[in-house]
Ligand binder design. Structure first.
Ligand SMILES: Nc1ncnc2c1ncn2[C@@H]1O[C@H](COP(=O)(O)OP(=O)(O)OP(=O)(O)O)[C@@H](O)[C@H]1O
Ligand SMILES: [Mg+2]
Length: 240
């Protein structure tokens, strides 16, 4: 049984049907990429999965439990946490305070303390900067903090929305290394990325969204070999 199973998902913003009949699965231990052009509905899909926007159709099943209507707080407790697009940390709070807020759903001081220790081991720079205001961290450091904050809730499934966006190439490499390491540690990941080549290198499988619908799915190797993917995403920029 899949860890996450989404079926017939529809999301409407007023008159606009942003996501239509989306179905996808993520098995435990997998990295699954969700690809697509700007405005395709990637963020909307992730937001609906974690209850940040209401779905008007479909079901989200996590670990055998229906998530529909639960709300983000309970969904985080169930084990799914989103790192939103644009690495939104609390800028006027310290690194430490940001991490503490990430563990709010746990309500368990010992678990929070040990999670913080794990984060400092995973992200040494955050340990070094633990008293610094998050808004004064560099972009790459803020992305690390955004991921660490999400991990503080102890998720089994991490949803990452464009973690490499706007970062320098070396920092992008670091983020992808981190994603690979997180998977090795047993985490399951649903990854939205505009860096399609790198996403397909790290992912096991991928789905492609266009105008709110899944138009292609397969193993990462299949999609890498696909002429359509090559033309739309992997060739020269003008090839779209
Ligand atoms: N709050 C909102 N109200 C109205 N329309 C919205 C809202 N959020 C998104 N949309 C629309 O829904 C569609 C899907 O947007 P979404 O943000 O999910 O795309 P995306 O694939 O994440 O794009 P990007 O790669 O640019 O992040 C777009 O047409 C967008 O304009
Ligand atoms: Mg988006």
């Amino acid at each position: 049984m899949a860890l996450l199973s989404v079926a017939g998902l529809g999301v409407r913003y007023g008159a606009i049907l942003a996501v239509r009949d989306v179905g996808l699965t993520v098995d435990a231990g997998e990295i699954v990429a969700l690809l697509g052009a700007n405005g395709a509905g990637k963020t909307t899909t992730l937001s609906a999965i974690v209850g940040l926007v209401p779905a008007n159709a479909g079901t989200v099943t996590f670990d055998g439990r229906a998530m529909g209507g639960l709300g983000t707080e309970l969904i985080v407790r169930a084990g799914m946490t989103l790192v939103p697009e644009g690495r939104r940390v609390f800028p006027s709070l310290s690194v430490d305070e940001n991490l503490t807020l990430g563990a709010a759903s746990r309500g368990d001081r010992a678990a929070t303390a040990s999670a913080r220790q794990e984060m400092f081991e995973l992200f040494p720079i955050l340990a070094e900067r633990r008293g610094q205001l998050a808004g004064t961290l560099s972009g790459g450091q803020q992305q690390q903090l955004a991921i660490a904050r999400a991990l503080m809730s102890g998720p089994r499934l991490l949803l990452l929305d464009e973690p490499s966006l706007g970062l320098a190439p070396q920092v992008v490499d670091d983020i992808f290394d981190l994603i690979a390491r997180l998977r090795e540690s047993g985490l399951t990941i649903l990854l939205v990325e505009q860096n399609v080549a790198m996403a397909l290198d790290v992912a096991d499988r991928a789905y492609v969204l266009a105008s709110g619908e899944i138009v292609m799915e397969g193993t990462a190797a299949e999609l890498k070999a696909s002429e359509e993917i090559e033309r739309a995403y992997l060739g020269i920029a003008e090839a779209v």
